[in-house]
Design a protein around this ligand. Structure first.
Ligand code: A2P
Length: 329
């Protein structure tokens, strides 16, 4: 299979190359794509060097599938051109996620919605992905009424510039700023742009995307998204109210048997998920599983995942694997 990675020089793009190699995705030819600035640069994949091309050159090379992670503008402009040339696009930007004609997919949650007419498939927001992986089996078992989530998000979600800002601040050197305030030794309750309702766009993504992926608008969601000086992954405190009551041990067992979920929940041994342990892993880690004692049928969880992996690159590659499994690619 000929695979194009659009944004191959970026943080998510390079993680896509790592994941394609690690999962032994059937790549016969790799086409790394970036902006005009990077044309001719070399990218390594499975010990071989490949020259970076522009999006226009990539279309002419006719890949079977293109994984996009080069920002919303690039996706808006080029995804339709790739699709028109018969290339299946899996897009990591927010450009197509809420388009009613496009599928928004987390394979283990709603992979069954994929069909032959899907030429541009949207990869959800990183914070949404790791949350819905956990919500899905719980919803099937106990029926979710309402979710209250607060996030603790890694600087890697902002891109190369943000990682550099954190490193520069740690080293005490002046440099370019990705955030309006210092991020080291700080916490910024502001991710993406503010909306008229006082929420940020990131918070609204978590609300709307959850309903779309779960295929259930009756689930009420509210979110507070926060940037913290961490690089390994995103953490989330999730409070879930159900229609039905549950047993905490049953919840733990139910989550532990899901593919893609690892339960790390042993307070007696001080075992709980942390971004430093999730870093570089494809799974979603769940711990601090306990009853919310302030009201009936309500659960508290702590969920951690590498936002560049399951939150972006891994999920995109898993969508491609699902297409192959269904004979659609
Ligand atoms: P380039 O390195 O040539 O700028 P990140 O989010 O980690 O900063 O990465 C963004 C990625 O998107 C990079 O690979 C970047 O390539 C790519 N990119 C940005 N603008 C374009 C564009 N107009 N066409 C293709 N790729 C682009």
């Amino acid at each position: 299979m000929k695979v194009a990675v659009v944004g191959a020089t970026g943080l998510v793009g390079s993680e896509m190359l790592t994941v394609l190699a690690a999962r032994n995705f059937p790549v016969t030819e790799l086409i790394p794509v970036a902006s005009e600035r990077s044309k001719g640069k070399e990218v390594e994949f499975k010990g071989k060097k490949y020259k970076v091309v522009t999006p226009d050159e990539a279309i002419a090379l006719k890949p079977d599938v293109a994984l996009f992670s080069a920002g919303g503008g690039t996706s808006t402009e080029y995804a339709p051109q790739f699709a028109a040339a018969g290339i299946t696009v899996i897009d990591n930007s927010s450009a197509w996620r809420m388009d009613p004609a496009k599928k928004l997919v987390v394979p283990e949650v709603n992979g069954d919605v994929l069909s032959a007419e899907d030429k541009i498939i949207a990869n959800p927001n990183c914070s949404t992905i790791q949350m819905v992986v956990v919500l899905k089996p719980l919803h099937e078992q106990y029926t979710i009424r309402r979710v209250v989530v607060s996030t603790y998000q890694s600087v890697t979600g902002t891109g190369v510039k943000a990682v550099k800002q954190l490193q520069d601040e740690r080293a005490g050197v002046e440099g370019e700023k990705a955030y309006p305030y210092p991020i080291d030794l700080n916490v910024i309750p502001h991710i993406d742009v503010f909306q008229d309702n006082g929420y940020t766009k990131e918070e609204m993504k978590m609300i709307k995307e959850t309903n779309k992926i779960m295929g259930d608008d009756s689930i009420r969601v509210t979110a507070t998204t926060v940037r913290i000086p961490v690089v390994g992954g995103h953490s989330e405190s999730i409070n879930i109210e159900f229609d039905n009551d549950f047993d905490v041990n049953e919840v733990r067992a139910l989550l532990a048997k899901q593919p893609g979920i690892v339960v790390v929940d042993n307070p007696a041994n001080l075992e709980y998920p942390m971004p430093k342990d999730a870093h570089g892993k494809d799974e979603v880690f769940v711990g601090r599983i306990r009853r919310d004692e302030s009201q009936p049928n309500t659960l508290n969880l702590w969920v951690v995942a590498d936002n560049l992996r399951k939150g972006a690159a891994t999920n995109a590659v898993q969508i491609a694997e699902k297409l192959i499994e269904k004979g659609l690619l």
